[in-house]
Design a protein around this ligand. Structure first.
Ligand SMILES: [Zn+2]
Length: 114
């Protein structure tokens, strides 16, 4: 039996849906990463740029989610509306920012230099 901790009363309890100590509903997090909120780490206005950041972050072992606001094909060419948001789990914030800084400082023609 897996022991978990009740978020409300902090009692160590068996894996269940309701805490036997305080009666609170237990939230289940199967995926460890989902215990952490996704943090907006970077915004850019091209999907290509975002993909480049994603590849670099993922190669460092950081999960990445990209949210683009291209909800209409007509917005594709409208620069200011074409915002791509890059999210990482908040626990990776420091690492992700370092990588992004590295990419930005070395943002030249040397694409494959890491
Ligand atoms: Zn409890």
């Amino acid at each position: 039996m897996i022991k978990i901790k009740c978020q409300i009363c902090n009692s160590e309890i068996e894996d269940t849906t309701t805490c036997p100590v305080c009666g609170a509903e237990i939230e289940h997090n199967n995926n460890e990463e989902e215990q952490y909120p996704w943090l907006l780490i970077y915004t850019t206005n091209t999907l290509m740029n975002a993909e480049m950041f994603k590849v670099n972050l993922e190669s460092a072992g950081i999960p990445v989610q990209i949210l683009s606001q291209f909800d209409s094909p007509h917005q594709l060419t409208v620069g200011n509306l074409a915002i791509v948001k890059i999210y990482v789990p908040s626990i990776y914030e420091t690492d992700a920012r370092e990588i992004i800084e590295q990419i930005e400082s070395g943002n030249s023609m040397n694409d494959n230099e890491v």
